[in-house]
Design a protein around this ligand. Sequence first.
Ligand SMILES: [Zn+2]
Ligand SMILES: [Zn+2]
Length: 146
Amino acid sequence: MALEVPFEGGCMCGALRYRCAEAPAMTLCCHCTDCQRRTGAAFGITVSVNTSAFSILKGETTSWLSIRQSGSKLLFQSCAVCGTRCWGDLPDIPESTLILGGTLNVAISLEPSAHIYTATKQPWVSIPDNIYEAENKPDWRKVFSS
Ligand SMILES: [Zn+2]
Ligand SMILES: [Zn+2]
């Protein structure tokens, strides 16, 4: 089931809704410990889209700036009512927005092209053979070309 465009998503309570008018530039699964912590789950699903195609349909956000050891910044945007994190803005790369994949209306149709930071992957998660995998920091050219 391929992802239909435009696609929409939002938070658990329904107050915050977004829409994206274009297909994602890239979808990946990140198994780093930060993503495990922020999701409370085995891995995070990151859907990179062009900011120009992304719009907020309704709702207020609260923001939190995450700065990784590498210095890369991600400004997480959460529903001001229920706290669900829905996407992240990149202060240093404003042309891209990172949607958190589980918040899509039809997240089941996402097709990740890469699994990264698999050195800290939960051992019971298996990754398909034909997908780009990086034990730690990925080669971003390979992530975007696969
Ligand atoms: Zn909400
Ligand atoms: Zn991660």
